[in-house]
Write a protein that binds this ligand. Structure first.
Ligand SMILES: [Zn+2]
Length: 295
C-alpha cells in the first residue's frame, strides 16, 4: 500500500520512525476539522493529506478516510503525531475528513460511506495489531484512563485532551462504526474457517500440495474481495514461508520435503497464517529449530 507521507515528504517531520513503545491496540478516533467535501467526488481525505504534508506545525494521523477513500499517511509501525498527551508511542490514529460539529448536518448516505470506510480501516489496523503483538482489538470504547493503562479499544481525541479537543464530536455515529468494525472481524473469522475447511478437504482427498496452495489462493482471493489489505498482508508471507521451508529442508536434509510432508507443512502453515492470523516468520523459525535438533 502506498504511504502518503513517504511518497510526499512533509515540509516538517510528521512521524517518528520506530515506536518508543509497543502498540497496545488502542485506536484514537479524530475528525480532521476540514470542510467536508459533499459535492461531487469526495477529495476530503486527499485535501487533509496535502494539508498535513504542507503544514509547518506537527500534526498527523496514520490514516484518513472520507466517503470515497482510505489514505494511509504514516506506517502503523511508526508514531504519528495525532494526540498531544503522550500516547502517540503506543496508539494508532484514525481521522475522518470532516468537522466534529457537522455530523448532524451531513447527508445520511455520505455519513454511511465515510463510516464504512472508517470501519474498514479500523479493521485493517486491528488485523495488523493482531499480527504484530497478538492483541485483539475489541469493538468497544475505552476511557482515557484505560487507554493510559494499556487497554485495547477505541477512544476519542476529546476524551484524551478535553481542555483542547472535541473531536470526533458528540454526534459521531459510534454504534454504526463499532457494529461494522465487529462484522468485518466476523467475516475475516469466517474466511479463516473456510480456509480451514478447504485445507481439511484437501487432506482427506490426499491431493497434492499444488492443489492445496491453489485452494488457499482461491479462498484468500474471496476473502480479499471483502478485505483486501488483510489478505494482501497474509498471502505473501504464506508462499514465501513455504519457499523458505523448502530451502531449510535442502540445507538440513539435502532434499526438499516429500510431497506428503510438504502438504502437512502447508496445512499447518495455512492454519497458522490464515486461521490464527499469525506471522509466518515464527513458523519458519520453529521448522528450522526442529530440523536442527533432528540432525
Ligand atoms: Zn484529533
Amino acid at each position: 500500500m502506498g504511504v502518503y507521507l513517504e511518497d510526499n515528504p512533509p515540509k516538517r517531520s510528521q512521524f517518528r520512525k520506530k515506536r518508543r513503545a509497543e502498540v497496545t491496540g488502542a485506536i484514537v478516533i479524530h475528525t480532521a476539522e476540514n470542510k467536508p467535501d459533499i459535492n461531487g467526488p469526495d477529495r476530503g481525505a486527499e485535501n487533509v493529506a496535502k494539508f498535513i504534508a504542507g503544514r509547518s506545525e506537527s500534526g498527523s494521523y496514520h490514516s484518513v478516510v472520507d466517503s470515497s477513500s482510505v489514505l494511509h499517511l504514516v506506517r502503523y509501525e511508526w508514531e504519528a503525531f495525532h494526540e498531544g498527551t503522550g500516547g502517540n508511542r503506543w496508539s494508532l490514529g484514525l481521522t475522518f475528513a470532516t468537522k466534529a460539529s457537522e455530523w448532524q448536518r451531513l447527508p445520511p448516505k455520505w455519513v454511511d460511506d465515510i463510516i464504512s470506510n472508517g470501519a474498514k480501516e479500523a479493521r485493517a489496523m486491528a488485523d495488523w495489531v493482531k499480527a504484530t503483538v497478538d492483541v485483539d482489538v475489541p469493538a468497544r470504547r475505552i476511557s482515557a484512563s484505560e487507554y493510559r493503562a494499556g487497554e485495547a479499544g477505541f477512544v476519542t481525541h476529546a476524551e484524551l485532551d478535553p481542555g483542547r479537543r472535541s473531536d470526533p464530536g458528540s454526534q459521531f455515529p459510534w454504534q454504526d462504526f463499532l457494529d461494522q468494525f465487529e462484522e468485518l472481524g466476523n467475516i475475516a473469522d469466517r474466511d479463516a474457517e473456510d480456509v480451514d475447511e478447504k485445507v481439511d478437504d484437501v487432506e482427506e482427498s490426499d491431493e497434492t500440495d499444488e492443489q492445496l496452495s491453489e485452494a488457499v489462493t482461491v479462498v484468500s482471493a474471496t476473502a480479499g474481495s471483502q478485505n483486501g489489505q488483510r489478505t494482501a498482508a497474509l498471502e505473501y508471507p504464506f508462499s514465501l514461508a513455504l519457499d523458505d521451508i523448502d530451502e531449510l529442508y535442502r540445507a538440513y536434509k539435502g532434499t526438499r520435503p516429500s510431497s506428503k510432508v510438504r502438504q502437512e507443512i502447508a496445512k499447518d502453515l495455512a492454519r497458522h497464517v490464515f486461521a490464527d492470523g499469525n506471522d509466518s516468520y515464527g513458523f519458519v523459525v520453529d521448522v528450522e529449530k526442529r530440523l536442527r535438533t533432528e540432525e
